[in-house]
Design a protein around this ligand. Sequence first.
Ligand code: UGB
Length: 598
Amino acid sequence: VKNLHLLPADQIELAKMLSEMGQSHLFQHWAEPGVEDDQKKAFFAQVAKLNSSYPGGLASYIQTARELLADSKTGKNPYDGFTPSVPTGEILSFGDDNFINFEEAGVKEAQNAAFVLVAGGLGERLGYNGIKVALPAETTTGTCFLQSYIESILALQEASGMLTRGTCQKEIPFVIMTSDDTHTRTLDLLESNSYFGMKPAQVKLLKQEKVACLDDNDARLALDPHNKYKIQTKPHGHGDVHSLLYSSGLLNLWHDAGLRWVIFFQDTNGLLFKAIPASLGVSATKQYHVNSIAVQRKAKEAIGGITRLTHSDGRSMVINVEYNQLDPLLRATGHPDGDVNCETGYSPFPGNINQLILELGPYIEELTKTGGAIKEFVNPKYKDASKTSFKSSTRLECMMQDYPKTLPPSARVGFTVMDTWLAYAPVKNNSEDAAKVPKGNPYHSATSGEMAIYRANSLILKKAGVQMEDPVQQVFSGQEVEVWPRVTWKPKWGLTFAEIKRKISGSCSISQRSTMALKGHDIFLEDLSLDGALIINSIDGAEVKVGGSIQNKGWLLESIDYKDIAIPEELRIRGFQINKLEQLEETYVEPGKFTLKP
Ligand code: UGB
């Protein structure tokens, strides 16, 4: 580094570290001392930030990068020496006694939980211009993902408080991990909607930083193509959530407040909270340190499998193995057919949906050792087979589900398998890509995500005794989906199956073309026959009994062109919009008992 002695002391340290780590090229194009000093200062400010936001600092980042790049070059298999086997976990069937018991145990425990949403990703595959949590989960009520998550947490908070100590409620903490790509817009969304009813102090935003890009196998840091005083950076992945939580100090605060669980989830799964009570019940009952919420998975389906890996040297872990690695690993270890369905018709390796429940005590213990660092990986795109240079700069990445990789074998790592229709319908793919998904595989689009909510709600009502007319098949933006009655409810109306069953009595039926939105706590369906649209809004304390035959023109789904830019993007990406022809809508703003019977 030219004229090192002219730099302030803290910068000298950073400059020395960089040159010792083989990064002198970063200074090669610098102007003479006295010229462009502000930019040089900004450079060191960036280096200082990159250094402090990575567990172990930049030197450790560069060192790890060299090792991982060398492994990648020689094509080393990270699973060499490991034998896969099926781990133990709980397989639940929606609505049976076992499920109901776990739900009750989970609701009791919910007040001892904190929720963490990872929402730093831009969702490039979806191609939506806004942040994903602002997208409506469904367009019948227009409730966005963030609102539905917050209302679900508040509903859990209330139900949990009621079950265990009458009316007094403990506030459930809610953390959102953001990034430079999503932070401001997430905060704006919360502020402009009064935090969707949550107390602002209950919500904490933790922003993840990007990591330095790498230009070659020696892990030389890449300069920004437009600014020679700036290191190019890219996202490090959702695994950052662990080190951020650790360094925020929140974990110890939670521990001191008597909390026991941390529940991690992703940005666009409109079904997730239907799986939370029972899964938390499993964590509490089985005393799992790590519980992965999973779904049944067909053998070879393109979703990671939860697997026990045992190494010849005695190491063992339960971890998500990506589908393209699981099948070859099985073949290489004495299973000539690879990943195959068992007698249940599904692969014995459950599908990872990346929603995790960690027990707080053991979690803090582990992070105290690791600082929250997660085993990373690197995925360079090489120019040619010699693997000596990259097409574009790369970086290390990490995933939150890799947390168990450093745990001792004594750790209790399990899973909870749920029906896919109940638990998993993310919105990740744009219309065009979704339409190309091979038949039978999930689209994971805004279209399928919304339809999955209606389907799950309809199937739940059916199980609760409501006669639901069969769905019809319709094609929107080239995707064939099952269209069930458009049934939605506020989380507080039906948090658990037992609660939903309590609110339904007599002989109820809902036709396929119907829409029903229940926006209140105490709405009871009694001998209701619905053929049209019914919307009920009610405050807490208003008890509304709905019955009789309700018939009107209802709300129709109309196809729209996903390329028609005259239509708002939130709707366009679904390939349909709702034509609200006629509905019965009632609003109850006073406490008391009411009957709605046309
Ligand atoms: N995210 C961040 O918060 N920060 C980041 O740097 C990156 C992402 P994607 P991905 O559900 O089927 C995951 O892009 O990473 C957030 C699992 O790794 O939607 O391709 C982001 O905002 C995979 O094993 O998914 O795949 C979002 O909320 C599988 O389970 C979340 O992280 C897959 O999800 C996931 O980001 C899945």
